[in-house]
Design a protein around this ligand. Structure first.
Ligand code: IMP
Ligand code: MG
Length: 187
């Protein structure tokens, strides 16, 4: 996980400023779809969504593609209770399909430290896909701890905790149709 602003036991989290409004968000997803469409023409594309954060992004991204593709889903979580990514990742739900020899595009909500993705890429690479790339809606370059090539990025955001459009804080806010910053207030 990333590092949500620290909050006291009785705190109530509130919506902070809008980082990416709905219109920009949907326009950018359509652009990414067009790029992927062009790049993967004639290939055997499998989109691998990382639950739960990538759910909304993946649903919109796949509908912006015109090429035939398959989807599959993984669920992962960091070991421990820490809000800071440890880099040790547990697979809660694995892929249903084999990706050997296929063109795999991992769809992520946000790359923060990069540790989760680093683990995931190593794990998936060991299954011998023909190609393995990443499409992330958001990235926080300031917090990156490992360098990873990310082929498609929707938006770079500053070092704030982002919510909405699939991203949660304590499992809430995923249903917003835009991306906002979390603003904690202590009660
Ligand atoms: P990383 O291992 O530090 O790159 O963290 C990856 C995961 O932490 C992401 O896929 C998200 O699920 C979660 N995460 C990191 N930053 C944020 C944020 O700002 N808002 C919501 N979730 C986040
Ligand atoms: Mg994630």
């Amino acid at each position: 996980m990333g590092e949500p602003p620290s909050s006291g036991g009785n705190s109530v989290d509130r919506l902070g400023e809008t980082l990416i409004d709905s219109e920009r968000l949907h326009a950018r997803v359509a652009e990414l779809g067009a790029e992927i469409d062009a790049d993967y023409a004639g290939r055997d594309l499998v989109l691998v969504g990382v639950l739960k954060g990538a759910l909304i992004f993946m649903a919109d991204l796949m509908r912006s593609l015109t090429l035939p593709c398959e989807i599959d889903l993984m669920a992962v979580s960091s070991y421990g209770s820490s809000t800071v990514s440890s880099g040790v990742v547990r697979i809660l739900k694995d892929l249903d399909t084999s990706i050997e020899g296929r063109d795999v595009l991992v769809v992520e909500d946000i790359i923060d430290s990069g540790l989760t993705l680093q683990y995931l890429m190593r794990n998936l690479r060991a299954r011998d896909p023909a190609t393995l790339e990443v499409c992330s809606l958001l990235t926080k370059p300031e917090r990156r701890r490992v360098e990873l090539p990310i082929k498609y990025v929707g938006f770079e955001i500053p070092n704030v905790f982002a919510i909405g459009y699939g991203l949660d804080h304590a499992q809430r806010w995923r249903n917003l149709d835009y991306v906002a910053a979390l603003e904690p207030t202590r009660s």
